[in-house]
Design a protein around this ligand. Structure first.
Ligand SMILES: NC(=O)c1ccc[n+]([C@@H]2O[C@H](COP(=O)([O-])OP(=O)(O)OC[C@H]3O[C@@H](n4cnc5c(N)ncnc54)[C@H](O)[C@@H]3O)[C@@H](O)[C@H]2O)c1
Length: 250
């Protein structure tokens, strides 16, 4: 993978940060994109300090102009991006009767519009190169989760998006897959504990008790799966949703 260039969205922290570090360790040049400019700069600096190639860019994945400008900048500074991890995400949880239209739109815009805009910009390079890997971050919530009508719909939507792109782009050497994580320890799950007004420790312990491998996930669990899916050898795996949840989910 030494000559490949990857873009990871939502790479300032959590799962995206771990995926960026892992792909760099695998030998890819990595562009870290996020709303949090300091976070992606720090992540890129860490990769460069370790002898890798990386840049950090402030981008709102839901903004078409910013996405197109950022992808062009990545191509200019690192080379043609052929690996894309659509990871940026937000929560705006609430029961349906309390969910605002703006909370619905925000979740759709970041997850679905963001993945659409990023994939559209990057596929131009992938089809030209005759190689590509797209990995979309779905969730076990795609199967339904109380208080997450917006998020569950977006994450289920990403699965249909994944399968469709796999069909359209396969002949160009591009595979498209989704990872659907269960409970992963990040700021996102910490925020969930706060909203539920329980301690993070209680949420972790309660969740682990219901998971077959008897522990919650770490960002590195997802990074490991992403590393496999973007590898050269995974070229015959496409259109799949891999539940990385410590047990069967679908
Ligand atoms: N943590 C979990 O348990 C879990 C489970 C299933 C799926 N996921 C999914 O994995 C992905 C990463 O989750 P995480 O737990 O690391 O979350 P996180 O909140 O720790 O990190 C998400 C990152 O996305 C960035 N982001 C948000 N909106 C953006 C935008 N418009 N443009 C660019 N960047 C933006 C944030 O700034 C943040 O750095 C998300 O798509 C999430 O839905 C997480």
């Amino acid at each position: 993978m030494a000559d490949r260039v990857a873009i990871v969205t939502g790479a300032a922290r959590g799962i995206g940060a771990a995926v960026a570090q892992r792909l760099a360790a695998d030998g890819l040049a990595v562009a870290l994109l996020d709303l949090d400019e300091q976070g992606v700069r720090d992540g890129a600096d860490k990769i460069v300090a370790g002898g890798g190639r990386a840049i950090g860019l402030k981008v709102d994945v839901a903004d078409e102009e910013q996405v197109n400008a950022a992808v062009a900048k990545v191509a200019e500074q690192l080379g043609a991006p052929t690996v894309l991890i659509n990871n940026a995400g937000v929560l705006r949880d609430n029961l349906l009767f309390k969910m605002s239209a703006s909370d619905w739109d925000t979740v759709m815009n970041v997850h679905l519009r963001g993945a659409f805009l990023m994939s559209k910009a990057v596929q131009a390079f992938q089809t030209k190169e005759g190689f590509g890997r797209i990995v979309n971050l779905s969730s076990t919530s795609a199967l339904g989760n109380r208080g997450q009508a917006n998020y569950a719909a977006a994450k289920a939507g990403l699965q249909g998006f994944t399968k469709t792109l796999a069909i359209e782009l396969g002949k160009f050497g591009v595979t498209v897959n989704a990872i659907a994580p269960g409970f992963i320890v990040t700021e996102m799950t910490k925020a969930t504990a706060e909203r539920m007004k329980i301690s993070f420790e209680d949420l972790v312990n309660g969740s682990a008790a219901a998971i077959p491998v008897a522990r919650v996930g770490q960002p590195e669990d997802i990074a490991h799966t992403a590393s496999f899916l973007v590898s050269e050898g995974a070229g015959f795996v496409s259109g799949q949703v891999i539940y990385v949840a410590g047990g069967p989910k679908d």
